[in-house]
Design a protein. Sequence first.
Length: 40
Amino acid sequence: MSRIVVLVGSNRKGGNTDLLAKAFADGASDRHECRGFQAM
């Protein structure tokens, strides 16, 4: 199992970048440990 860190630097919560990062983390969390952070 790998650890994945997702950093989101967009200041629009719920925007396209935020949704894309969340979808990626949700898909990857099936087989990996994922953490997400809002950088702004």
